[in-house]
Design a protein around this ligand. Sequence first.
Ligand code: F6P
Ligand code: MN
Length: 320
Amino acid sequence: MQTFSQYLNESGIDADLSQLLLTLTDSAKSISNAVQHGALAGVLGETEQENVQGETQKKLDIITNDMLKGALNADSTVKGLASEEEDHVVSVHRDGKFLVCFDPLDGSSNIDINSLVGTIFSVLPAKNGELTEQSFLQSGRNQLAAGYVLYGPSTMLAITTGSGVNFFTLHPETGEFLLTHADVTIPADTKEFAINMSNQRFWQPAMQNYIADLIKGDTGPRAKNFNMRWIAAMVGDVHRVLSRGGIFTYPTDNKKPNKPFKLRLMYEANPMAFLVEQAQGVASTGYESIMDIEPQEIHQRVAVVLGSANEVNECLKYHA
Ligand code: F6P
Ligand code: MN
């Protein structure tokens, strides 16, 4: 089996980008180790700090953010970084070629119940000159690479550099990511949906109607029975969708009037949209492709509907 570094060499990916991807995935190996030790390493539980989004930070949110930041600081290809756990963008190397956006530990409410969590990352090109927040505000179409590392029963890397999606599995003894699933594609049809049903009464009519029709099953307009899954970690739900199809959505809701969307564009929605499109799926807000959005700020949130092409397109008809 090909190691991740062999894969990078043999697929002719830019040497600097390869270096950065190895920096990110090496750091994820350390995160995997910290997550695996859990209570034994005293890393579980909350801190008294909040992030810029007003969420209480878990110890592991901060530990994993510091691990990634440390690794990226030591990589000369990196000009700047933006993280879910950093209020502002961070300058790294003046002459670096890349900007990295990341969610160091997605699904962190799963940490204390020993359930799925992961690291999500997106790589954008950097321009010459001073680094500002503006430097990061590029549409997802500019992404040079995107991926996640899922810390589950196995630690797995999903990655795209714009020519398909591959999965690598971390070998626990050798510490190498090995190519286990080449050219991942999402089946166009599915009978599985993922949504937080407890928010139903807060959704827009389009999503209310769409989900109502799924639940009617083989006696409704869709004429088939659907099953529901919700991992409460986007990284876990998207991994299932990439692995066997499905539709995953965190739609617009009016639960909190000043916060109509949950997921973050730059380090959650865009990298996942890049993976999903590269695996022949569709990733939309309900109204436009996620990767076509021109970002206004680094911590901006968006509605997300992604997954199996025919099913997402079906959902979009309700929004039209
Ligand atoms: O990062 C936000 C996030 O934790 C996602 O990973 C996940 O899909 C979602 O929020 C879970 O939301 P909820 O708490 O509504 O289930
Ligand atoms: Mn997250």
